[in-house]
Design a protein around this ligand. Structure first.
Ligand code: ACO
Length: 319
């Protein structure tokens, strides 16, 4: 197809919030969170802004790829909420890097990284770019209801970036959306108009966990199966799966449904919780730098999130 991943880089806030600390804020326990989700700790922004994190990840990815910001032809930032309504987070990253290229944001919640890869694919196919920077980052701590134990234990801040160059290592990619504001929604929560007649909703995450769980397990299996088929491969050809890091039980159930060896699934949900669109590239970056994946590996990536959206793809790792 169109691109290869030249480099990746991550950024997470310094502050580590443990399950025990959360247990002092809401009625929960380390044992409940570990057994129901696999999460042990997460990172939470204190001094860091979203711009700090996105720029740190972008610089790390550029260094890993061995190119400078001057060589970028496009910047796509995947985030549910940039630091400002406008300028876009992509433009903030472009400014801080000193790059000279178009930049914009995409919002597909936790599937955002795969959506961004799909958009970038189109630019490469049309030969409009040679190098694209994708930064996927969310700081969910600022839209978390810290009094709601059923959601606040699940999320964390952080993400990662990837630099793409021309190549043929994208073997297949699929994105889907099924519009639904019932099972998972984060309202805007601010409307300055004195004329608006609708009730203001609180800008925090509302989720029907069980519904998302069922959707997620099916979406992961369906997405990976379709993308592997589209790549002309069999599930047994997959060397590594980079799944969205939402809940270890969703990952385990997906491995079982797909009949892919559980050992092939990279997991870091225990350290970061669900970082939304940051999740898949953060896992990819750690899988790359820890040696979990190696040159020539066939990697399946899969995500699901609010929207409801899904994204899956198969790439050949060429680093
Ligand atoms: N601590 C202790 N007890 C809790 C907690 C908590 N933190 N949260 C819920 N409980 C209680 C509930 O009140 C319930 O009690 P009850 O039986 O007395 O009513 C009990 O634990 C079981 O609750 P369930 O919701 O049935 O627990 P479940 O096993 O389904 O796990 C969870 C809940 C972890 C949310 C799971 O459903 C899940 O992971 N869902 C998917 C969420 C997800 O992946 N979201 C990603 C999208 S996010 C995005 O796109 C931004």
């Amino acid at each position: 197809m169109s691109f290869t991943i030249l480099g990746t880089g991550k950024a997470v806030p310094e502050y580590v919030m443990t399950n025990d600390e959360l247990s002092t804020m809401v009625e929960t326990s380390d044992e409940w969170i570990r057994t129901r989700t696999g999460i042990e700790e997460r990172r939470v922004c204190k001094s860091e802004t979203l711009t700090d994190l996105t720029v740190t990840a972008a610089k790390a990815a550029l260094e890993d790829a061995g190119i400078t910001a001057a060589g970028l032809d496009l910047i796509i930032c995947s985030t549910m909420r940039g630091e400002n309504i406008t300028p876009s987070q992509g433009c903030m990253i472009q400014k801080e890097l000193g790059a000279d290229c178009p930049a914009f944001d995409v919002n597909a919640a936790c599937s955002g990284f795969i959506y961004a890869l799909d958009i970038a694919d189109g630019y490469f196919v049309r030969k409009k770019v040679k190098h694209v920077l994708i930064v996927s980052m969310d700081n969910l701590s600022n839209i978390t209801d810290w009094t709601d134990r059923s959601t606040c234990v699940l999320f964390g801040d952080g993400g990662a970036a990837a630099v793409l160059g021309e190549g043929d290592d994208l073997l297949s990619i699929n994105i889907t959306a099924k519009g639904d504001d019932r099972v998972l929604i984060i309202p805007h929560g601010s409307n300055s108009s004195p004329f608006y007649e609708h009730e203001e909703k609180k800008a925090v995450l509302h989720m029907m966990g069980n519904e998302v769980y069922k959707f997620a397990v099916k979406a992961m299996a369906d997405g990976i199966t379709k993308s592997v088929q589209d790549a002309g491969l069999a599930l047994s050809d997959v060397d590594c799966v980079i799944p969205h890091q939402a809940n270890i039980r969703i990952i385990n159930a997906s491995a079982k449904n797909l009949d892919i060896d559980r050992e092939k699934f990279f997991c870091n949900v225990q350290h970061y919780g669900n970082t939304s669109s940051g999740s898949v590239p953060l896992a990819l970056d750690e899988a790359s730098h820890s040696g979990f994946i190696k040159k020539g590996d066939i990697i399946a990536m899969c995500a699901f999130g609010a929207g409801l959206t899904t994204g899956s793809c198969v790439i050949r790792w060429n680093k």
